[in-house]
Design a protein. Sequence first.
Length: 189
Amino acid sequence: MNREPKDITQLLAAWGQGDQAALDRLMPLVYGELRRLAHGYMNRQRTEHTLQTTALIHEAYLKLVGQPDKQFSDRAHFFGVAARAMRHILVDYARARSSKKRGEVQPISLEDVAFVSSDRAAELVALDQALTALARVDQRKSQVVEMRYFGGLSQEETAQVLKVSVETVKRDWRLAKLWLLRELSSNSE
């Protein structure tokens, strides 16, 4: 990245205050990172997956630009919000795919759910529901999963966004994966 995170933070602040020119200068700086995150996620998809990396980035961009509150505290916060946007896009995509195909949902792991085909779309929807249930129990653990899994943020970046220690993120990640595994397994029975 050619710019320091401070420059990105300043552009985010200016954009949040309505400066459209700041958005024009910001997007080339963050597009590469958004592409890296989306590409990393899409690389885990099966080859027959019809959603492309570029489409995921553009959909996330439209969600970010279209939201009324554009107050991002820093680069990491922006990518955390982008992770949430990508999650919603992927879940909406999976819902549309699973509505075309009915069937029984089989037990899955967090890693398995990344492979969204028409056969697996219901599993991503089940993960989204479990993640929503986790958020009701422990919002931060849900956010850790969202940022790490859907957004591809590192432990350090996740800690920065949530304003907690890296050790807390590691612990939350472990506990959240166990909680989700239990939730997904019990829902498939």
